[in-house]
Design a protein around this ligand. Structure first.
Ligand code: FCB
Length: 480
């Protein structure tokens, strides 16, 4: 901790403000498939999302990421927007099939060159690049060979990580292996609402293990390629799991979902062991024989930071098989389940205000999560790598986008982060999701998370009120 001024401060009007520690990293986040477009340019081959988005009915709007926000061609303009905002760091992801077409073999110099130019443009603007290697766009050829259910995919990932480190390691200091492996495994292979759209609980658990192994093997290749000053991290979408019930079964539902959403990832990463209760809960689905002796130590390779993505709390209750089972877990309904062996758990709808995703707005979940990580896994500095909200934004006749609800959401969540810091949690930075409106996975372009509105017809970017507000936050290093 920097030990600097964490106390609320009085601003000129005498109203107490909230100021963050000196050196706090303020950023915005995006992901390759959601913004880049240029799907078939400069040697890029299809990823599982190119394939999945073409399957009728999988994307509610029928959209694909073929053009997206055309960031591949407009990255200079987008870096200029960030510079105007006063952004300190930019979290972006590298497209694996752009850099290693087909997923294995020699890297593609034209693909690497795009990221090299992007990194240079960021550094010239005084913005720290924060690079994520995998934000869900697995090369289709690797999926054809079994995808994340195939152990070899983890090895291919470590090779790809090495290629990116060799090209960008001289300029990028902060590296993240995976974004939200829970989603890759359980939405991709369990419920099937994300690519590749498989619906098999055994495959989902196997995929989760191979993703974690991929992280561990990539950590090794990154450490061997990068200067010792580089920081390594992984980003998890952790859940603040709650119940309103008081029965033993309700509390057990909390334990089960906390196990699958949080501890299945946190325990092997930070303590070198899969949680015994999760293994036991899921024995009817898999015997876990895909975990080899050397895997857990590999997964526990030391990390310098843990990335946390948070949007909404998770409410659970016991389900006794009577009546219809409530399924408001925040994810679109799929043909399969993202919660293996959880037949006795349900997800009641939450009361109160919601975003356009139908996600309940409750910043106390973020504070709770940060405090819990600090308590259970002390000594691991945290980064909030995603937080933000979708609302039904419109450009009005005067050309403005009034997104006061987003400003309120962000301000409440930043206050929660500040409270956690004041309680002693080491939170090193905050990345707002997202810079631009983009391809929101199975919702296509229908959900707008950006602080810049994107007119997808003209690709014009329009700053929303939240962009102007965020600029003030960055200038003040705190909430006005
Ligand atoms: C997260 C994803 C990100 C974005 C937000 C809304 O789960 O990491 O790509 O879709 O949700």
């Amino acid at each position: 901790m920097t030990g600097v001024d964490l106390e609320p401060r009085a601003d000129a009007s005498g109203v107490p403000g909230v100021s963050f520690p000196e050196g706090f990293l303020w950023g915005v986040a995006t992901a390759a498939y959601q913004i880049e477009g240029a799907a078939a340019e400069d040697g890029r081959t299809p990823s599982i999302w190119d394939t999945f988005s073409r399957v009728p009915g999988k994307i509610v709007t029928g959209d694909t990421g073929d053009v997206a926000a055309d960031h591949y061609h407009r990255y200079r303009e987008d870096v200029a927007l960030m510079r105007e905002l006063g952004i300190g760091a930019y979290r972006f992801s590298v497209s694996w099939p752009r850099v290693v077409p087909g997923g294995s073999g020699a890297p593609n110099p034209r693909g690497l060159d795009f990221y090299s130019r992007l990194v240079d443009a960021l550094l010239e603007s005084g913005i720290r690049p924060v690079l994520t290697l995998y934000h869900w766009d697995l090369p289709q050829e690797l999926e054809d060979a079994g995808g994340w259910t195939n152990r070899a995919t983890a090895e291919r990932f470590a090779e790809y990580a090495r290629a990116v480190a060799q090209a960008l390691g001289d300029r990028v200091e902060l590296w993240t292996t995976l974004n939200e492996p829970w989603c890759s495994a359980f939405l991709g292979y369990g419920s099937g609402v994300h690519a590749p759209g498989r619906t098999d609980s055994e495959a989902a658990l196997r995929a989760a293990h191979h993703l974690l192994l991929a992280h561990g093997l990539a950590a090794q290749s990154l450490r061997s390629e990068l200067p010792s000053s580089a920081s390594l991290s992984i980003t998890l979408n952790l859940a603040a799991v709650r119940t309103e019930g008081t029965r033993t079964d309700d509390l057990d539902a909390v334990r089960q979902i906390d196990g699958l959403a949080n501890r299945l990832f946190l325990e092997p990463l930070l303590r070198g062991r899969y949680p015994a209760d999760v293994i036991k809960d899921t024995l009817a689905v898999t015997d876990w024989s895909f975990v080899r002796d050397s895997d857990e130590p590999a997964i526990a390779a030391p990390i310098d930071l843990l990335g946390v993505n948070y949007y909404t709390p998770t409410l659970v209750a016991a389900y006794d098989g009577r009546g219809s089972r409530q399924a408001a877990d925040g994810h679109a309904p799929g043909l399969g389940t993202p919660w293996p062996a959880c037949e006795s758990v349900q997800f009641p709808a939450q009361q109160g205000p919601q975003t356009a995703m139908g996600w309940s707005i409750d910043a106390t979940g973020l504070e709770e999560l940060l405090l819990r990580l600090h308590r259970d896994y002390p000594g691991v500095p945290l980064l909030v790598t995603e937080n933000g909200a979708a609302f039904d934004d419109h450009v009005d006749e005067a050309g403005a986008v009034h997104d006061g609800e987003r400003v309120r959401y962000l301000s409440e969540h930043l206050t929660a982060v500040h409270r956690a810091i004041s309680a002693g949690v080491q939170v090193r930075g905050y990345f707002l999701w997202s810079l631009l409106d983009n391809f929101e996975w199975s919702y296509g372009y229908s959900k707008r998370f950006g602080i810049f509105y994107v007119d997808f017809e003209t690709q014009r970017r329009v700053p929303k009120e939240s962009a102007r507000w965020y600029r003030q936050v960055l200038a003040a290093n705190g909430l006005p």
